[in-house]
Every structure is written in structure tokens, then in C-alpha cells.
Design a protein around this ligand. Structure first.
Ligand code: SER
Length: 881
């Protein structure tokens, strides 16, 4: 058997099946287009619609072949402890949708195994589903002796991707590594947990569609779905004992060896950490490249767990500081040629990894100390759920990480207590929800009774602003009533309504319900039960005796100008979403929105604050699309065709069979139930007014459109104009002048501070000690920074402290220009001191001039560097040698 590299095996497999007539197709994203699955965990995931005959493969192909990136984390805690489990792996596969079936497949599997890979046939073993005589016969007809074929039950030989969907019995191929790998048990055989018989290929005969109730419905055609773990077959072909020792994985282990200064294979604990980081770093690189960002739920949480577990292991190995980026680079180097998306997303991946490492790294040590302390103090062998919760909530320890650390010390975690603390926290969060929402939720009982009776309300507001409608039910203070009188408030349900109920971020409509003796203000509209639209109303007091009764026919009219503004803002959120994806990348996904008449908010996944340039670019692109006047239309379609058309939906959300698609021609198509403009130019103009963080990897932009944008710009302009007139400068000089003023203010403050220091006199004490003898005490000193006032002040202090005749020659740096001051007491002047003469004599040294009286004189100059020379000159002039 010849050594084959991972790359060779990958290529040989794909080529083999291409030669058999299969179409080579790219791996699909790790984010499955399938709400029943969190992550893509098998090659067949992208082909589910083909098995269900919803999609068809064009001629002349008989099937498809792929190498699929997969993530499986259901057994995350044993990853690394065995040589076989990986969270990320590549699966080689080939698939037939009603074309070739068992006979061809078994023959090809044998041909590939023995002729392409060169596996000795007498080392191969086969399992089949227990009642699948047909497949046994096929293997026998291919020359396999009966004793190497065994029947296994549902657990081993019936394959399902999840609880529902395409599935079927399977036949598996095993490679016998030899008795030295075995457990020695006399009944050791394929299917045994030991390492002797290695399952390397699974051939699934996909014949059924599993239903929610557990029943199996025959698929219209019989299909093939096979999967061969690339790392596993590489281990066989490279004669190594574990997946971690194959060429590709060994290179990743080396990254850890280098960073930690460790050697793989010397110490079991170290090996485990090296393996875990090598494995997890592949999952992390591929997941982020496919647009997953760390978060606290769903696949984002899977990613966060893997990232944090890897960081923890690095910490255990003694690696200092962020290090995962080095692994990311290595993964890209090793696998980028097969998966270009990881090369394209290198920068994104690096940033996300670094930010998560920094976020977690800063609390890791504290969390670990907290946990160590708790474990140290523990009596018994169960760690309290509350402690695990604090670790999760305060220090960001995924519960699995806490469990793993505790487990290493033989301690279990009270998971129920942990869940209880989590539930309490959720309850607290709910209790904080707005009172208004609370009021609605307490109406749940009545509202569900109404919807059962009336059925869903017909919403006519996509095309109409007003409609004639019948009052079906009225609720007041949580109970059903027949009527509301003038001045009373309540909720009204109509058979049909143009009022949009708050949903998908768009606020509810307001307006009126009117008839001859009825005038009712609609203050808000909500959907308390699925399909039921309820209007929050107040009966006007303007019509004495006015009321609204069950059975009345009313004209329901929305506030049209308000709705127009809402429409503009709603369509603008779609355009902004598109522009954000253009500027920041495809990982940007909508995480929430708020669409009101006067403003909008759009929350999205992104891992760092936007730069001013990015914000400007998003705004520019959005306005470009507005000005290009793209047609906007909405249509209903099946969820399947929406997906095929590439419509943006929230992955993992459950949608009904029919969905509404909002198509902004040439810009984007998104599932949306909201109300929109009919052409983008109606939006007028969009202006982003803010960008901020609203959680880990969640950003928010706020914006205004049309007249609100105009008003916003006008307010900004007014503000600027006022400032300009205060500053007495032209409009566009405001910033320059403000900066200059701020600088001047700061200089002044500095100066004041300096002068104050001088004035405080502390420094003067030491200067006094330097007094020279000129027949009277003479101080000659450079005071650093000060203005003329400061120097005079200093002279006053010197004079007071001397408390006797004396003189001083002082110098300072006054904001970049040198200044000098000479001064003397009358006694000193009497004794011959002449301040004016001194200044005159010494000021040329600072390239300046000045003068004054014998008792006081000053000068300013141009050359700061001349201060010392000036003072020296004063000394030699006044102190006789
Ligand atoms: N779907 C099967 C598996 O994942 C064969 O591809 O094992």
C-alpha cells in the first residue's frame, strides 16, 4: 500500500467519481440552508432538496461528488482524547438522486478501495443493515467471503442527518488495522469500540423521508449518499495511529509545539491540549469564514465554546498572549487552495479571533482563580450551579469548559442548579420588559379565545389605506365587552383592516375608525396572537354619545402621511443592509431593526466599530441606490423557490410554506412582511446619524430619511451657523478656529498653572540659596516657563523672602519667546545696581531688546537658546571677580 498525502486522496476520490459520471461540486457553507440543522455535518446536507426531488441534476451527470467541510460538536468533550474524533473534518462523498444505486455503488466502493487506494481486499470488512439481504448478495457477488460481512442494527447501520428528512439503511466499509490494535476480546468485530476495525466509508441507501412523528415515508426515488472521512482514510494510507498524525494535522500540532516549546508525544496532558487546539483552530477558521461570529446562542455559541476551549488549552500549555492567529494562518496555508473562502476571509477571521481572545483572555485568569478558589473550598464532589453560573455570566466561561476543569479534579457540576440560575436571570430580564408589553401579554387568554372564534384578521394594508370593516370583538381591561363609550379605551378586532400591526421591527399604524356616530382614534396596532390584529383605541369625546359596538361597520383609515414615512424608513433598512454587506462583508447579518415614522435603527453582526470612512461609504452607496430609482415590489412564493432565488432569510428560522419576498430590483431580495415604497427614489435621502455597539459582535446604525433627514441636516447646519457667528468666522472655518481656540485655552491654562507654581514660592526657596554676592544678594535664575507677570510675581517673592536689600535677574520661556526681568531694591540701586543698564547689556544674547528704570527693567527676545548666555553676562557684569 502506497503512502498518499491528504491532498492526493482528496483529488483521487473526486476524479474517480467524476470519471464515473458524477458532477464535481463545491463544498457548501457550514451554515446549512436548513432550519433543522445548526451546522453542516455531512456531505448530503446540501443535497436534501435533490433527494426530495425538489431540485434536479441536469444531464449528463449520474450524480455528484464533493469534499465537504463539516463541523460536529456533539462529542466535543472527547475530542482529542481519542485519535478518531474531530470537531472539523472533511468528508468525501458521492450522491445519486434516483440514478445509480446499490449495485454500482458497492462495486465502485470496492474498486476505489482496492485499485485506487490499494487497500488489500483481505483486510476489508463490510457491515449491512440487519435485514438487507440484497446488499449482502451484492458484496458476495463482488467476491467478498460471507464471514467478512456482518449484519448490524439500527444504531450502526441506519443513517439520519437529524430527526427528520432523507435517511436510510447503510452499509459500511471497515479496514482491519491488525490484532495489535484490538481489544483482544474474542468477539471483537467490526462495530467494536476498539481501534482494530476502522470504519472509513459509509454507503447510505437513502430511501426514506423521516417525518416529525417518526414515521418513514418512501422517497419517490432511491438514492445514494456516501461519506468517507478524509482524515480517517489518510491515517490508514499514511500508516499512522491517529487522525492527528496525518500530514495536515501534524503541521498544526507543530504550531503549538513551537509556541509552547513542547514536543508532541512526550506527555499525555500536553498532547491533549495540542490536539484540541489543532482541531478547534480548523473549526474556528472555517466557521468565521462562513460568516459565523461568536455569540451566546446557536452556532455562534458553538464557535465561542470552541474558541474559548482552545484559548484555555493554550493557557494551560503556558502560551502567553493571543496565539490563535498563528493557527489560523497555518490552516489557511494548508487548506486555502481547496477552500478559497478561508483565504478571502483571512483578515476577518484574524480580527474576530483576536477580539474574542482578548475579551476572554482578560477575564480568564480571574475566572480561573475564582474557580480554583471555589474548588479548593468545596466540601463533597459537586460544584454549585450558582458558581458555574457566575463563571458563565461574569467571566464568560462556557459551562462545558467549567465542567471539563471540574471533571479533571473528579468533581461534577450541578447542571440543574446552573440551569435554574440561568432561568432566573431570564425571568429577571423578562420582568424588566416594558409595561406596555406586559399589558398585552396578560391579554393573551382573551385574545387567543377571540382568534379561535374569528380566525385571523385579513390584512389589506399592502394595497389600501382605508377599508370598510366590521367590528368582531372589543376588549376592555382584559375582558370582552360589547361596546366602548365616548372617552373609553380598549382594543378592537375587525374582520379586515389596513392597519399594520407592529412586527418585524416596523411600528404599528395609527389612524381612525369612523362611521356616522362613531369616531374612534386608533393609538396603536399590535398582533397579540398569530394572525390576529388588535387596534388599541380611544373613543373620541368630540361626538357626544359616540361609541363603538361589536357588529358595527366602520371605515378604518390609517394615518397616511405617517405610514408613508414608515414605508420610506423600512425600505431604507433593506438598502442599508445591502450596503453594509458591500462595505463590511458577507458576515453582516440582520440582528434586529426598528422602523418608526421619524427614524430607523438597524442592528447587525459585526465584530468592531465602523470607521468614519466605512459609515460614509455605506451612506454613499445607499443614496446611490436611492437615486438610481430601483423598482420595489413584494411577491409571495414558496420558501423553496425563495431559497433557490437566493433570497436573504434568517438562517435557522422556521418559515411557513409561503413567504413574502421584498425585491428591490438589482439590490436585494429579503423575506419581509413590512410595508414599503414602490421605487427607491421615494426615500429621498438617507442619513446615518449614529453607529454604536449593542452587545458582543453586534452593532447598531441609526438613520433618518426624507424630510427627517432634511430636518436633521438643517439642525446640524443651524448649530454650525450659530457657532460660526459666535466665533465670527466663515462656516467652514469653525473647526479650524475651534481647534486654535482650544489650543490657546490650554496654553493659558498651562501658563496659569506655571505662574501659580512660581507664585506658590516653593521653588523660590531653592533659588534663594543660590544668591550671589554683588555687594548685596543677587539672584540670577532661569524660571522655566512663565510670562512677564510670572517673572514680576517671582521678583515680589524673592524680595519678600530676602527681607533685605537685594536684586534679581530672571529669565523665562514665554510660550516660545525668551523674556528677561531685572529688578533691585532701592538699597541695591543705591549700591550701583541699574536694572535698565543690565537689560540693555544682556538682551542681545536673546536677540532682543528692552529697558526700563534702574529699579526694574524687562526685555523680550527671539532666541530662546540665548537665555543662559544672557544670565551669564548678567553674572559677570554684576559680580566683581
Ligand atoms: N451521510 C452519511 C454520513 O455522514 C454518508 O455520507 O456518514
Amino acid at each position: 500500500m502506497e503512502y498518499l498525502s491528504t491532498a492526493d486522496i482528496r483529488e483521487k476520490y473526486l476524479r474517480f467519481f467524476e470519471e464515473k459520471g458524477c458532477k464535481r461540486m463545491p463544498s457548501s457553507s457550514l451554515i446549512p440552508d436548513d432550519p433543522s440543522l445548526l451546522l453542516t455535518s455531512a456531505g448530503m446536507v446540501q443535497f436534501k432538496p435533490y433527494f426530495l426531488q425538489q431540485k434536479h441534476l441536469e444531464a449528463p451527470y449520474v450524480g455528484t461528488t464533493t469534499v465537504q467541510k463539516c463541523v460536529r460538536t456533539n462529542d466535543i468533550d472527547i475530542i482529542g482524547t481519542t485519535g478518531r474524533h474531530l470537531s472539523f473534518f472533511e468528508m468525501l462523498g458521492n450522491f445519486s438522486f434516483g440514478d445509480y444505486f446499490k449495485e454500482e455503488m458497492c462495486a465502485w466502493a470496492l474498486e476505489f478501495s482496492t485499485e485506487v487506494l490499494g487497500l488489500p481486499v483481505d483486510r476489508l470488512y463490510f457491515t449491512v443493515f440487519f435485514d438487507d439481504d440484497e446488499t449482502i448478495e451484492i458484496w458476495k457477488s463482488l467476491g467478498i467471503p460471507e464471514e467478512r460481512i456482518s449484519r448490524l442494527g439500527e444504531e450502526d447501520n441506519f443513517w439520519r442527518a437529524g430527526p427528520t428528512g432523507p435517511c436510510g439503511p447503510c452499509s459500511e466499509l471497515y479496514y482491519d488495522q491488525g490484532p495489535e490494535f484490538g481489544c483482544g476480546n474474542p468477539d471483537c468485530a467490526p462495530g467494536c469500540d476498539c481501534d482494530r476495525y476502522l470504519e472509513y466509508w459509509n454507503l447510505v441507501f437513502t430511501q426514506y423521508d423521516g417525518q416529525e412523528d417518526g414515521t418513514l415515508v418512501e422517497l419517490p426515488k432511491k438514492n445514494i449518499d456516501t461519506g468517507m472521512g478524509l482524515e480517517r482514510i489518510a491515517a490508514i494510507m499514511q500508516g499512522v495511529q491517529s487522525n492527528y498524525e496525518i500530514d495536515l494535522m501534524r503541521d498544526l500540532l507543530s504550531v503549538g509545539e513551537r509556541l509552547a516549546g513542547a514536543t508532541y508525544g512526550e506527555d499525555a496532558e500536553t498532547d491533549l491540549s495540542l490536539r484540541i487546539i489543532a482541531d478547534h483552530s480548523r473549526s474556528v477558521t472555517f466557521m468565521i469564514s462562513d460568516g459565523i461570529l461568536p455569540s451566546n446562542e446557536g452556532r455562534g455559541y458553538v464557535l465561542r465554546r470552541l474558541l474559548r476551549r482552545a484559548v484555555m488549552k493554550g493557557h494551560l500549555l503556558g502560551i502567553e498572549g493571543p496565539f490563535l492567529g498563528e493557527y489560523v494562518d497555518k490552516v489557511i496555508e494548508l487548506m486555502g487552495d481547496v477552500y478559497p473562502e478561508i483565504v478571502e476571509n483571512r483578515e476577518l477571521t484574524q480580527r474576530v479571533v483576536l477580539s474574542e481572545e482578548e475579551r476572554f483572555g482578560s477575564t480568564l485568569r480571574q475566572g480561573q482563580a475564582y474557580l480554583d478558589d471555589a474548588l479548593g473550598k468545596l466540601e463533597g464532589d459537586v460544584l454549585a450551579g450558582e458558581t458555574a453560573f457566575t463563571l458563565h455570566d461574569t467571566y464568560g466561561f462556557p459551562i462545558e469548559v467549567t465542567e471539563e476543569i471540574a471533571d479533571a479534579r473528579g468533581i461534577t457540576v450541578d447542571l440543574e442548579g446552573f440551569e435554574r440560575s440561568m432561568a432566573e436571570q431570564r425571568a429577571r430580564a423578562r420582568a424588566n420588559a416594558k409595561d406596555a408589553d406586559k399589558a398585552w401579554s396578560t391579554y393573551g387568554g382573551v385574545m387567543s379565545e377571540i382568534v379561535e372564534e374569528t380566525g385571523p384578521t385579513e390584512f389589506v394594508g399592502y394595497t389600501k389605506n382605508d377599508a370598510s370593516a366590521r367590528v368582531l370583538a372589543i376588549v376592555k381591561d382584559g375582558a370582552r365587552v360589547d361596546a366602548l363609550a365616548a372617552g373609553e379605551e380598549g382594543r378592537v378586532v375587525l374582520d379586515a383592516t389596513p392597519f399594520y400591526a407592529e412586527k418585524g421591527g416596523q411600528v404599528g399604524d395609527i389612524g381612525v375608525l369612523a362611521e356616522d356616530d362613531v369616531l374612534v382614534e386608533v393609538l396603536d396596532t399590535k398582533e397579540p396572537e398569530k394572525g390576529l390584529i388588535a387596534h388599541t383605541v380611544k373613543v373620541s369625546e368630540e361626538l357626544p354619545g359616540g361609541r363603538i359596538r361589536v357588529g358595527d361597520t366602520v371605515r378604518a383609515a390609517i394615518d397616511v402621511p405617517r405610514r408613508e414615512r414608515i414605508r420610506r424608513n423600512h425600505t431604507a433598512t433593506h438598502i442599508l443592509h445591502w450596503a453594509l454587506r458591500q462595505v463590511l462583508g458577507e458576515h453582516v447579518k440582520q440582528a434586529g431593526s426598528f422602523v418608526a415614522p421619524n427614524r430607523l435603527r438597524f442592528d447587525f453582526t459585526h465584530f468592531e466599530g465602523m470607521t468614519p470612512e466605512q459609515i460614509a461609504e455605506v451612506e454613499r452607496l445607499s443614496n446611490q441606490k436611492i437615486m438610481e430609482n430601483h423598482a420595489v415590489r413584494a411577491y409571495e412564493t414558496s420558501i423553496t423557490s425563495a431559497r433557490e432565488a437566493g433570497v436573504i432569510a434568517l438562517f435557522g428560522e422556521k418559515y411557513g410554506e409561503f413567504v413574502r419576498v421584498l425585491d428591490i430590483e438589482g439590490v436585494s431580495q429579503e423575506l419581509c412582511g413590512g410595508t414599503h415604497v414602490s421605487a427607491t427614489s421615494e426615500i429621498g435621502f438617507v442619513k446615518i446619524t449614529g453607529e454604536s455597539s449593542v452587545g458582543a459582535n453586534l452593532r447598531r446604525i441609526e438613520a433618518v430619511t426624507s424630510f427627517d433627514a432634511l430636518e436633521y441636516m438643517n439642525r446640524v447646519e443651524d448649530e454650525l451657523k450659530d457657532t460660526a457667528s459666535e466665533l465670527k468666522v466663515p462656516l467652514f472655518d469653525v473647526s479650524e478656529r475651534t481647534a486654535a481656540n482650544l489650543k490657546a485655552m490650554k496654553d493659558l491654562q498651562d501658563k496659569r498653572k506655571n505662574n501659580k507654581e512660581i507664585a506658590s514660592g516653593e521653588e523660590m526657596l531653592s533659588i534663594l540659596d543660590t544668591a550671589l554676592d554683588a555687594g548685596y544678594p543677587l539672584i540670577v535664575a532661569n524660571l522655566g516657563t512663565a510670562d512677564v507677570g510670572g517673572l514680576r510675581n517671582a521678583w515680589d517673592i524673592v524680595r519678600a523672602r530676602l527681607n533685605a536689600p537685594g536684586a534679581a535677574v530672571l529669565a523665562a520661556d514665554n510660550n516660545g519667546t525668551p523674556i528677561l526681568l531685572a529688578a533691585g531694591t532701592p538699597e541695591a540701586v543705591e549700591a550701583g545696581f541699574d536694572a535698565g543698564a543690565v537689560i540693555k547689556a544682556i538682551s542681545p544674547s536673546i536677540k532682543g531688546g528692552g529697558g526700563g528704570k534702574p529699579s526694574m527693567a524687562q526685555a523680550g527676545g527671539k532666541d530662546l537658546s540665548g537665555i543662559d548666555a544672557a544670565l551669564d553676562a548678567a553674572r559677570s557684569m554684576l559680580v566683581s571677580a
